[in-house]
Ligand binder design. Structure first.
Ligand SMILES: [Zn+2]
Length: 87
């Protein structure tokens, strides 16, 4: 049983994305990135660092009513995502 696909940049489940995912260069739906991170085949903030993404995720979750300590726990999983893995 595999978990549902999530954005490989911010970790949001793609099922939670109102658009269902980002868009590839050909306009098709991305199965790897959400619509906040990936538009028309490119990352929205390509120069963003992992630490900046962690802070953004904690803030965004807090806006949705998620306590910061839970947001920070969630952010611990970000380094495992494709965008942040060391090559
Ligand atoms: Zn994302």
């Amino acid at each position: 049983m595999t978990s549902s696909p999530k954005c490989q940049s911010c970790g949001m489940p793609l099922t939670a994305d109102p658009k269902g995912g980002g868009t590839n260069a050909d306009g098709s739906l991305s199965r790897e990135y959400c619509s906040y991170c990936y538009v028309n085949g490119a990352l929205v903030n390509p120069d963003m660092t992992l630490e900046e993404m962690k802070a953004l995720v904690v803030d965004k979750l807090q806006e949705k009513g998620v306590p910061r300590f839970i947001g920070k726990f969630f952010a611990l999983g970000l380094p495992r995502l494709k965008r942040w893995r060391k090559h």
